[in-house]
Write a protein that binds this ligand. Structure first.
Ligand SMILES: NC(=O)c1ccc[n+]([C@@H]2O[C@H](COP(=O)([O-])OP(=O)(O)OC[C@H]3O[C@@H](n4cnc5c(N)ncnc54)[C@H](O)[C@@H]3O)[C@@H](O)[C@H]2O)c1
Length: 355
């Protein structure tokens, strides 16, 4: 296992995408478990999906502040705004930066490519530049399992070649890894990229299948199951992701010089996935059972008439499967929440939120 070299207590941490699904849960976890942590959150609150969910997540953070020693400052702006990013770094001088702000989603990148270039490329570049000109101990940033494209070899390993993205979203995430590598090498910035695998849970993203299916089933609409159900996804529960990010934040890749006297880039990339892919049809089956159990759907719901098996969508991949051996070796950690447990928490939250 690697030794912690960053103590988050009393530190200032910048979390971008703080009103997002993963960002808000990370902020809550840090506030609840780290004494005197000072978190600066930025999010542009865009309406890619229902903004009331982002507002709900920020409310959860506000409520949590009453009982903790740390602080949280929220800035509603875009990471693509260089002046704002520079002023945040000038004012708050974050020691650790977690970049989660991005335009997510594979399918949306086909119709709205501009949003990806603005947030994922220009926004990330602004973060890198700000890290370059400030004393940042560790930059942690979200990559994605989508960088594996249509690689055939599973499980996906960070040792595999990932030069064949099949969506612009994936291309921006791979580009982020390349840009981070160059900045780590040139300016000795310790950086860790995290390839997340299909993250789900309460107050998650409505553009993702488990949430979209639930909305449709509740409205008596038919759900479309792509690739005729022959898809496998490594579903990863939000609490596991947050635990992984928190551990990784505290272990910055070491700054070392090579034989040429120049820095060996303090650069790492990890998969964070469940290491246990589930068939889409099994997943839908468990989801339906848990929705009935939570009384989101009636006990006699005729599920069979509400599902349609259809062909694969452009940009999609048939399987995602994370090799998490590096995560286990370096951090003694591996996601462990079962799909049933995770979907149960989602269904119970959904019932409460939309009651
Ligand atoms: N959820 C997943 O399954 C998954 C999988 C792989 C990678 N990721 C990556 O993890 C990160 C977080 O994902 P998430 O699921 O929480 O998504 P999310 O959309 O819920 O969160 C992203 C947040 O960033 C904000 N944002 C977008 N562009 C911005 C900009 N230019 N400036 C400031 N804020 C901006 C959005 O308003 C949103 O609240 C993203 O980088 C995403 O690409 C997520």
């Amino acid at each position: 296992m690697l030794e912690k070299n960053i103590n988050l207590e009393g530190k200032t941490v910048l979390v971008t995408g703080a009103a997002g699904f993963i960002g808000s849960n990370l902020v809550l976890e840090l506030l609840n478990t780290v004494d005197n942590i000072h978190i600066v959150g930025i999010d542009n609150m865009n309406d890619y999906y229902d903004v009331s969910l982002k507002e709900y997540r920020l409310e959860q953070i506000s409520k949590c502040l009453e009982a903790v020693s740390g602080t949280f400052v929220f800035i509603r702006d875009s990471i693509a705004n260089k002046e704002i990013i520079n002023s945040i770094f000038d004012e708050y001088k974050p020691s650790v930066v977690v970049n989660l702000a991005a335009q997510a989603g594979v399918r949306y990148s086909i119709t709205n490519p501009d949003a990806y270039i603005e947030s994922n490329m220009i926004g990330f570049y602004n973060i890198l530049e700000a890290c370059r000109h400030n004393e940042v101990e560790h930059l942690v940033y979200a990559s994605s399992s989508s960088v594996y494209g249509s690689n055939k070899k599973v499980p996906y390993s960070t040792e595999d070649k990932v030069d064949n993205p099949v969506s612009l979203y994936a291309a921006t995430k791979k580009s982020n890894e390349l840009m981070a590598h160059a900045y780590s090498k040139l300016y000795n910035i310790p950086s860790t990229g995290l390839r997340f695998f299909t993250v789900y849970g309460p107050a998650g993203r409505p553009d993702m299948a488990y949430f979209g299916f639930t909305n449709k089933l509740r409205n008596n609409e038919t759900i479309r199951i792509f690739n005729y159900g022959n898809c496998k996804r490594d579903f990863t529960y939000i609490d596991d992701i947050v635990e992984g990010v928190k551990r990784i934040m505290q272990v910055a890749p070491l700054r070392q010089n090579g034989e040429d006297g120049l820095p060996i880039p303090p650069y790492k990339v990890y998969n964070i996935g469940n290491n246990s892919p589930e068939n889409l049809l099994d997943f839908v089956d468990i989801l339906q059972q848990e929705l009935i159990k939570a009384e989101v759907l009636p006990a006699d719901y005729d599920f069979e008439t509400h599902k349609r098996l259809v062909a694969m969508q452009p940009g999609d991949v048939p399987v995602t499967y994370a090799d998490t051996s590096a995560l286990e070796k370096d951090f003694g950690f591996k996601p462990s929440t079962s799909l049933r447990e995770g979907l149960r928490s989602f269904a119970e939250w959904y019932k409460e939120f939309y009651k």
